[in-house]
Ligand binder design. Sequence first.
Ligand SMILES: *Cc1c(COP(=O)(O)O)cnc(C)c1O
Length: 369
Amino acid sequence: MIRVLRSGWLTTGKEAIAFEKEFAEYTGSPHSLAVNSASSGLMLAMDAFGIGAGTKILTTPYTFVSTATSARHLGAEIVYADIEGDSYNIDPEGIEQALSADPDIRAIVPVHIAGNVCKMDEIASLGTQYGVPVIEDAAHAFPALTRSGYAGTLADAGVYSFYATKTITTGEGGMINIKDGERAQRISLMRSHGINRTIWDRYTSKTASWEYDVVAEGWKCNLPDILAAIGREQLKKADDFFRKRKAVAEFYTREFAGRDWLELPPDGPGNAWHLYLLRIVPEKLTIGRDEFAEKLQEAGLGISVHFIPHFEMTYFRQRYGLDRKDFPNAAKQYDATISLPFWPDMSAEQQERVVRTVLETGDAHLKRR
Ligand SMILES: *Cc1c(COP(=O)(O)O)cnc(C)c1O
């Protein structure tokens, strides 16, 4: 970052280009495009596949808001399919039902919740069968897809987030991986006002630096070099971060195993371990998730709940007439889930304290059998 500040070139330029190249190499993607957030990345990726007014995207209610709002910015509507009974990820069966019922769905947007990879083989083949692109919300998934050998190859595009809490961060930022070169071009254009030359190109090229044309109605979503430089350093640490998060997850899972009032996080090949989502079994306890979470908070644990499903939010509920009864799996998971404190450099004492507090809280509120 100091290097960038000293260079005097703060906005998008050679650092961003280098970050894109290194990210593409790491993930095995033919094209990587740096953007200022995953939210704008999702919008740009959807736009590149023709999502807009009169079309719909298919996703789940169990995700962050911007999976849906990025489509709304384009004028598209959202169709929701429930998640699987035993994971937080979209159910391929629900995808098939939705696609066969609604020809206006023009993209499938699976979300790898907590870093646990969706059933991408099934989802990709449904995409092919119905002629609908698969755009991954991969905000939690770096470096999952790489490690599972998917390398983004099953989806048509994947969008990563470098928001402050994500597995690698630039403070704010994101990256779009996409297979198709023409669509990558479109994204490159649309992320900078629809201007047909990048600022870097105008600065470095021998031809008239002031000359450019606007060829489409674009946005401003470029990643500045200050942040790209941070991203390049984070990328070097990604393997180390991953190994440490995985070790914490394994410790938690070992310590929590065997309690019938707890359910361990779903875990499949290539899990990036972005979050550790522990579920209580409310029927076995005298307190529900809210009270359980409060007690952990009172004991000083920095817990959270991911995610509040869209059917619990006024805007989505009203716009789409959502009802939690129509999403029994998402409702059930939401009512049981707590995100535990979880970061790469947690000390052994910190991890042990989390485990002890969770176990003591549950053991103190067991239903009598
Ligand atoms: C964080 C997140 C996003 C948005 O990422 P930003 O980079 O903050 O825009 C999108 N989808 C999911 C599932 C996320 O968790």
